[in-house]
Design a protein around this ligand. Structure first.
Ligand code: PEP
Ligand code: MG
Length: 588
């Protein structure tokens, strides 16, 4: 889209982190270094060329080591990725093969490196395992670093940026992102990346607007261009007209005021106008997120995804390590509930130290509870740590990916065994805690009436429930538009789960992403979900939505919504009935 008169250009990408910023572009790097092929015939020149390559790799290693050593505490979890980059710099596939190509084909180091990367990268890209697939990105980061040293390209030192700018880059590697001095960066724009990339995750955590996956941002944007980043719409406006600037500035101010107001009010309870109160909780992956959860008004932890503690390391954590970690979280949360979900690894969260055969279909494979029941020792270590931590606070245990009765029975047997062992050893613990299951596999919805008699609560995981019900791979961008929470099949499943919960007298929680979007709040309250849990940044908005509503109108609305047959029709009805509440609170 190009406005001829004004030269205003609109670039479309993926909204990586909401919010709007206006500022000067700062290009971190330009697309592609032109690599030419040079033949080297003399033998001594050839060994000099190998030496040049080795020096470039050495420089890259030194630079990376310095970055790793200087990583601030809050980004420690990214150090593992950089250690992977360190290993890649010594990797036979990359290092030895490049030297081999220089020597055998008698070519310059740049050409040899480019050739090797073009051979190695597709091998990773074509792998079915998501974790290995992502390693293709690491190869790019590492080879770019060596290439910069070879070509003498001026790599901008992000840590030294001293102006309030918007970063524009082909990609921001984890190393770069972790060096950014927050107070100096207004936003990000990158050619590559998606919503699940590291840049995006960090930007959301830090509440910096970001648009990713623009494709040609580094070609279309020049240094010092004025640009607008709209992180919600996923749009970048280059050289905006006066009119666009004014409109955006107004929108930005409205957004900032609204957001500040909502965060200020987030300590208020989520109570509707007619007095119905629900808990609005936070999902966390790491203990460090607890503070942000409380700052955003979270009533407790509705989902602690404990697998992240297993991911960023070389071996399984110890019982003591897990216990300390859970206790840290519990200590900060005081009497508020802390829902600890047991290990949900594999699927898209494979551990690099599990060397079992790669699975052709990991989402349908030995994931979560299935893995834990196959490895009772690993599972029991975690259960013991949870039971011990439960002696210090208000803990619930949540079992992931339950598909039937046997899994619950077996898990409870192991939990009881763990408690008995602790009792025998005289270690303090608390077994008298609620045990619940994730409702995220269709068979669990169908069996909900039986399962409800076995546990104390259900927590609906819409991310997987949609994936498994609608047959939509949640990580596949080609079918992302079909990942629809308002699909009548999903609404019926949530309804059945809530109806059974009421009938059997157990509470129904929701911790999937559906809970985080205020547009869905009326429907979830209407269906009778008792507690919503979400990423901490979303808590103020959802609380606000609850406070703006009157639940006495919900019955009629729900009856009509459940008669509709397409997601579009349900959405239209939602907007028509509750649009004013949502547009009031949605970030612009
Ligand atoms: C879910 O599936 O909705 C869920 C909350 O769990 P996860 O996203 O960790 O699979
Ligand atoms: Mg899940």
């Amino acid at each position: 889209m190009e406005d001829q008169e004004s030269q205003e250009i609109i670039l479309k990408g993926i909204g990586g982190s909401p919010g709007i910023c206006i500022g000067k572009a700062y290009l971190v790097d330009k697309e592609g270094v032109d690599v030419v092929k040079r033949y080297i015939v003399r033998k001594d020149s050839l060994s000099a060329e190998v030496c040049r390559f080795k020096t470039a790799v050495k420089k890259a290693r030194e630079a990376l080591r310095q970055i790793i050593d200087n990583i601030p505490e809050e980004f420690r979890q990214h150090a593992q990725i950089l250690e992977t980059h360190m290993l890649l710099l010594e990797d036979k596939m990359l290092y030895d093969r490049t030297i081999e190509v220089i020597e055998k084909e008698q070519v310059n180091a740049e050409w040899a490196l480019k050739k090797v990367v073009s051979l190695v990268k597709p091998m990773f890209e074509n792998m079915t395992n998501d974790y290995l697939k992502q390693r293709a990105e690491d190869i790019t980061h590492v080879s770019d670093r060596i290439m910069d040293n070879l070509t003498g390209a001026d790599h901008v030192d992000i840590a030294r940026i001293d102006k309030r700018v918007i970063l524009v880059a082909r990609d921001l590697s984890p190393a770069e992102t972790s060096q950014i001095q927050l107070e100096r960066i207004k936003g990000f724009v990158t050619n590559r990346g998606g919503r699940a990339s590291h840049t995006s995750i960090i930007a959301r955590t830090l509440e910096i607007p970001a648009v990713l996956g623009v494709g040609n941002a580094t070609l279309k944007i020049n240094n010092d261009d004025i640009i607008i980043v709209d992180g919600k719409a996923g749009i970048v406006v280059v050289n905006p007209t006066e009119k666009t600037l004014l409109e955006t500035e107004e929108r930005r101010e409205r957004y900032e005021i609204q957001r500040a107001l909502m965060v200020r009010q987030s300590y208020l309870p989520a109570q509707s106008k007619d007095g119905v109160r629900i808990s609005v909780m936070g999902n966390i992956e790491l203990p460090e997120e607890v503070v942000s959860l409380l700052d955003h008004g979270g009533d407790g932890i509705g989902l602690y995804r404990t697998e992240f503690q297993y991911l960023s390391r070389r071996d399984f954590p110890t019982e003591e390590g897990l216990f300390e970690n859970y206790k840290d979280v519990i200590d900060v949360m005081g009497t508020r509930p802390v829902t600890i979900r047991t290990l949900d690894i594999n699927g898209d969260k494979a551990l690099n130290y599990i060397r079992d055969n790669p699975e052709p279909n990991p989402a349908l494979g030995l994931r979560a509870i299935r893995y834990c029941l196959r490895k009772p020792d690993i599972f029991k270590t975690q259960l013991r740590a949870i039971l011990r931590a439960a002696a210090f606070g208000n803990v619930r245990i949540l079992l992931p990916m339950i598909s039937g009765v046997d899994e619950v029975q077996q898990a409870i047997v192991l939990l009881d065994e763990a408690a008995q062992e602790l009792a025998r050893q005289g270690v303090p613990y608390n077994r008298d805690i609620p045990v619940g299951i994730m409702i995220e596999v269709p068979s669990a919805v169908i069996m909900a009436d039986i399962l409800a008699d076995m546990v104390d609560f259900f927590s609906i995981g819409t991310n997987d429930l949609i994936q498994y019900t609608l047959a939509i791979d949640r990580g596949n961008r080609h079918v992302a538009h079909l990942h629809q929470p308002l699909h009548p099949a999903i609404l019926r499943m949530v309804k059945r789960t809530c109806d059974i919960g009421r009938e059997k007298g157990i509470p129904i929680y929701m911790c999937g992403e559906m809970a985080a979007d205020p547009i869905f709040t009326p429907i979830l309250l209407g269906l009778g979900v008792d507690e919503l849990s979400m990423n901490p940044q979303a808590i103020p908005m959802v609380k606000n939505a609850v406070r703006a509503m009157d639940t006495s109108d919900l019955g009629a609305f729900l009856e009509e919504a459940l008669r509709l047959t397409t997601p579009k029709a349900v959405e239209a009805l939602l907007k028509q009935t509750y649009g004013s509440i949502v547009s009031n609170i949605e970030p612009v």
